[in-house]
Design a protein. Structure first.
Length: 94
């Protein structure tokens, strides 16, 4: 009897860069948490310079929000219909 392959297939694999997916999934795990750039990079296991480039794009496209506290810039997952639909798609195909 053949063994079943337990590999998980990422349906967004060819459409989304792995680092973008890592950052987005990190934000989705704790949608209300505020992340400093360094802590987001460390949690997502993505280099800080790459995280910086990606988070700017996510903020511009309204997938993430930028919160400025004094001189510190923090980031969190945006709360809108586009993000909710993408979270559902990602969660259903994990």
């Amino acid at each position: 009897m053949p063994k079943k392959n337990n590999l998980k297939i990422n349906p967004l694999g060819g459409l989304v860069e792995p680092n973008v997916l890592a950052i987005f999934s990190t934000l989705c795990k704790n949608p209300t948490q505020l992340y400093h750039l360094n802590s987001l990079a460390q949690t997502a296991k993505v280099p800080v310079s790459t995280t910086s480039r990606i988070i700017v794009r996510l903020v511009q496209e309204n997938f993430a929000e930028e919160v400025i506290v004094g001189k510190i810039t923090l980031y969190k997952l945006a709360q809108n219909k586009k993000v909710e639909l993408l979270k559902e798609l990602y969660a259903n195909n994990k």
